[in-house]
Design a protein. Structure first.
Length: 707
C-alpha cells in the first residue's frame, strides 16, 4: 500500500508523515548516531511534537493566501529584527475580502450549522442573505429551517490584517468536503485550499514554530557556549536589563565594539525579573554580564520533522558532513525553506533548487517545499523576476519539475500549472530569434563570483524549457509539451554553435569572449543534460583541475559535485567535499556556511558584503551533501515521480562500508554495503533499477558487488 504524506490540499507547518512511527531498517541511523548534532533529532517520530490534528474537518483558505500572508509576516519580522538584507521581487498580498461557497444538490436540510470564521461576514443561502456577523474567533451557529432547500451556501468574509478563513466541523456543509470553492477580487471561482486544524484551536495561519528550551553546555569567563548553532529567543532572569552579545562564532560574540550588527540584540521584559530578546537570534555563543548560567536559556525554534533519511560510511568525516548538512537544513525550515537563520530568514527560488533535494533525502517533507514554491511564484514575473533574479525565475520552473520527481504531488501541479505556463511564455517573450534569453534589465546572479555568465544562463533556460515540457506532459497538455521540447532542441543547437569550443573541449563562458572558460557553464551542462556524450570527457578534464576560477559558494559547489559524480569521478567528488565541507568542520562549524575559502583565517573567515560578520554560518543552500552523497556514491536517484521507479548504482571506491536510508512517499529505501555484499530494501509500490534489472517491491535483495 502506498504511504502518502501528500494530502489533496495541505496542512500548515508539516505534512503528517505516517512512516515516521517506526524505523524500517536501522543500519544507517544506528551507525550515524555518533555524528548527531541536532538536540531534537529523532529517526522515528516528529520532533518537536506537532500542534496539528489528524483527520476531521479542515480550515479553508484561498489558494496561496495563507502562504502569502505568512511571507508578509516574515518580511515584517526581518525589519523588527533589524536584519541587513534586501529582498527584491514582487510578491502577492493576501486578499482581505474573499468568498467561500459549497454547491449541494437540492435537498431539504434543517438543523444547526456550527462554524468558525476569521473575519466578519455574511452568510447566504441561494444568494439570499441569512444573517451577518462581526469579527470573532469563537464558534457561531445558524439554523436552517426545514423548508430550506439550499443549492448553494456562501460565506462572504473580510478582515483587516490576516487572511479570511472558514471552518465548519460537521454535517453536510463540513469544510472537510473537497467541493468547497473560493474567490476574491478579480479571481475566478476555484477549489478552496484545506489546512488541518490545530490542537490549540487557533487558525493555522497564526501557528508559530515550536519552542524547545536549550541551556548552555559550557562557559568560559562571560562567554556561554550552547554547543551548536541554534535559532530562538534568548531569555535571562535578572533584576536589571542584561547586556548581551551573540555570535555564530566566538569572534562575533566577543566583538562588542562592532557597529555592524547583523541582528537586533534588544532585550524586553516579558515577566518581572525575566528578559527576552525581542526577536529570535541565530547564534552559538552568548556573551553577557549575567554570570549565573541557571538563569540563561534559549527558547529554540524548531520545525517538527523526523529524520527519515540517514547516511553513514567508514569515513567518519563524510558521515559527519551528511549529519551536519541535514541539521543546517533543519534550522532553515520554518514557514518555508529559508535561506539563512542569521541574515535572510526568507525564501529564495535558486537556493530552494538545492535545499529541496537535501530535504528529500534527509526528511522527505513535501509540504515545506510546496509552500515555498507556491509563495515564490504566486505574483508571477510580469513586473519582476522571482526574487528579482532572472536565473531564479528559471530555477523556480526547474524546481517545480524536481518537486514532482522527488515528491509526486499531482494536486500541487494542477494548481500551479497555469502560473508555470504563464511564466514560461513570459520568459520566451524575452528571447531573440535564436532563442537566447536576454538578461538585460534584471539581475543575473548564478553565483557570488565575478565572471562571464551568459552561457550558464542559456543552459539554465534550456533546462527550464525541458522541465516545462515534462510539467506540461504531466498536466496533460501534450501539444504544449511538444512545443517546449522543440524550443529547447532549437536553443541547444544554436547554443552549441556559439558556445561550445571543439578546440578547448568545453563550453565558453560567453561567445563574445572565446578565451574565457568557467566552471559554471560546464558543470551545469552536465547536470542539466544539455551536454552530449562526446563532450563529457573534455568537461571532466576541465572540472578535475584547478586551472579555472573556483565557484564562489557551497551552493554552486554542490551542483559541481553532482556533475563530477555523474561523470564517474566519485573519488574527486569525495575529496572536494571533504576539503570544503570538511574544512568548515575543522574550523568548528556545526552548520554549513554561505561561503567558504580555506585560505581565510581568523575573523576574516566571517566577513561578507563588506561587513565583518555578515557571512551566514547556517545557510540552506550549503546543505547539498545531504543529497549528493547518497545520490553520488550510491546512485540512489528517483527516475519516476515520487520515487515510483529509482536507480541504484553504487560506486564506493575505497570505502569499506556504507549505508543509507532514503525516504519516499511509499516508504524508506535502505541500502547497506559491507565489503562486496550489498543489501537493498525496495518499498512496496516502487521499482528499483539495478544493473539492468527491474526489481519490484516489496522485497529485500542481496547482491555481491564486482570489484
Amino acid at each position: 500500500m502506498k504511504l502518502s504524506g501528500i494530502p489533496r490540499s495541505g496542512s500548515w507547518l508539516l505534512v503528517l508523515l505516517p512512516w515516521c512511527t517506526a524505523v524500517f531498517g536501522q543500519t544507517a541511523h544506528e551507525k550515524s548516531r555518533f555524528a548527531i548534532i541536532d538536540p531534537q533529532y529523532s529517526p522515528s517520530k516528529l520532533m518537536p511534537a506537532t500542534n496539528l490534528k489528524t483527520g476531521g474537518a479542515t480550515w479553508l483558505y484561498g489558494p496561496a493566501e495563507l502562504e502569502s500572508w505568512r511571507l508578509q509576516i516574515l518580511r515584517e519580522k526581518t525589519v523588527t529584527a533589524k536584519l541587513q538584507v534586501g529582498y527584491p521581487g514582487t510578491f502577492h498580498t493576501a486578499y482581505s475580502r474573499t468568498s467561500f461557497r459549497l454547491k449541494l444538490d437540492n435537498q431539504v436540510l434543517s438543523g444547526k450549522v456550527h462554524f468558525q470564521a476569521v473575519g466578519k461576514g455574511s452568510v447566504y443561502i441561494n444568494d439570499l442573505l441569512l444573517f451577518r456577523f462581526n469579527d470573532s474567533d469563537s464558534a457561531r451557529t445558524f439554523i436552517l429551517s426545514g423548508n430550506k432547500s439550499p443549492g448553494e451556501l456562501r460565506f462572504d468574509l473580510s478582515t483587516a490584517a490576516e487572511p479570511p478563513a472558514l471552518l465548519i466541523l460537521d454535517g453536510p456543509f463540513s469544510t472537510q468536503n473537497q467541493d468547497w470553492e473560493w474567490t476574491a477580487e478579480g479571481e475566478k471561482w476555484q477549489p478552496a485550499f484545506h489546512f488541518a486544524q490545530t490542537k490549540s484551536g487557533i487558525p493555522p495561519h497564526r501557528l508559530e514554530s515550536s519552542a524547545v528550551v536549550l541551556k548552555p553546555v559550557s562557559k568560559q569567563d562571560d562567554l556561554y557556549d550552547f554547543g551548536r548553532e541554534i535559532f530562538g529567543f534568548v531569555t535571562i532572569r535578572n533584576p536589571e536589563r542584561p547586556k548581551i552579545s551573540v555570535g555564530e562564532s566566538t569572534w562575533e560574540a566577543l566583538d562588542t565594539l562592532n557597529k555592524d550588527l547583523e541582528q537586533s540584540l534588544e532585550m524586553i521584559s516579558d515577566d518581572p525579573g525575566r528578559w527576552r530578546s525581542k526577536s529570535p537570534l541565530a547564534f552559538r555563543y552568548l556573551l553577557t554580564d549575567v554570570r549565573n548560567s541557571k538563569e540563561i536559556q534559549c527558547n529554540a525554534l524548531f520545525y517538527p520533522v523526523c529524520y527519515q533519511g540517514a547516511f553513514a560510511c567508514s569515513d567518519p568525516i563524510l558521515t559527519r558532513i551528511w549529519m551536519n548538512s541535514a541539521y543546517t537544513l533543519r534550522l532553515c525550515m520554518h514557514d518555508f525553506l529559508i535561506d539563512g537563520v542569521k541574515r535572510d530568514r526568507l525564501p529564495w527560488a535558486g537556493d530552494l533548487a538545492m535545499s529541496m533535494m537535501a530535504d528529500a533525502y534527509a526528511f522527505g517533507d513535501p509540504e515545506i517545499v510546496r509552500r515555498s514554491l507556491t509563495v515564490l511564484g504566486r505574483a508571477g514575473i510580469s513586473k519582476t523576476d522571482i526574487n528579482g533574479i532572472i536565473d531564479y525565475s528559471l530555477w523556480w520552473i526547474i524546481a517545480q519539475d524536481h518537486y514532482q520527481l522527488y515528491f509526486g504531488d499531482a494536486a500541487h501541479l494542477k494548481r500551479e500549472w497555469p502560473r508555470i505556463r504563464e511564466t514560461l511564455d513570459q520568459l520566451k517573450s524575452r528571447c531573440n530569434p535564436s532563442g537566447f534569453i536576454s538578461p538585460e534589465k534584471t539581475w543575473l546572479f548564478i553565483d557570488w563570483v565575478k565572471q562571464e555568465k551568459w552561457t550558464a544562463l542559456q543552459i539554465l533556460w534550456w533546462w527550464a524549457q525541458q522541465s516545462g515540457a515534462k510539467l506540461a506532459d504531466r498536466a496533460g497538455e501534450r501539444q504544449l509539451a511538444e512545443y517546449w521540447k522543440n524550443s529547447a532542441l532549437s536553443l541547444k543547437g544554436n547554443l552549441k554553435k556559439t558556445s561550445w569550443s571543439d578546440r578547448k573541449q568545453a563550453w565558453l563562458a560567453n561567445p563574445e569572449f572565446p578565451e574565457i572558460i568557467t566552471r559554471h557553464a560546464n558543470f551545469l551542462a552536465v547536470i542539466s543534460g544539455i551536454a552530449d556524450e562526446n563532450q563529457l570527457d573534455g568537461i571532466g578534464k576541465l572540472l578535475s583541475d584547478d586551472q579555472t576560477i573556483a565557484v564562489g559558494t557551497p551552493y554552486m559547489a554542490g551542483f559541481e559535485n553532482m556533475a563530477i559524480a555523474r561523470l564517474g569521478d566519485i573519488p574527486s567528488m569525495i575529496t572536494r567535499t571533504k576539503a570544503s565541507w570538511g574544512g568548515m568542520l575543522s574550523q568548528g562549524a556545526t552548520t554549513f556556511w554561505e561561503a567558504y575559502d580555506s585560505g581565510q583565517q581568523g575573523s576574516e573567515q566571517y566577513s561578507f558584503y563588506g561587513r565583518p560578520y555578515a557571512k551566514s554560518l547556517c545557510h540552506a543552500w550549503s546543505a547539498g551533501p545531504a543529497a549528493f552523497l547518497p545520490a553520488g556514491i550510491l546512485g540512489l536517484k528517483p527516475l519516476e515521480d515520487g520515487w515510483k521507479r529509482f536507480s541504484v548504482h553504487p560506486d564506493i571506491g575505497t570505502l569499506q562500508w556504507i549505508c543509507a536510508t532514503v525516504p519516499t512517499p511509499y516508504g524508506r529505501i535502505n541500502l547497506d554495503i559491507n565489503g562486496n555484499k550489498a543489501t537493498l530494501t525496495v518499498p512496496d509500490g516502487t521499482i528499483a533499477e539495478w544493473n539492468g534489472e527491474q526489481l519490484a517491491g516489496p522485497q529485500k535483495i542481496t547482491r555481491t558487488l564486482a570489484h
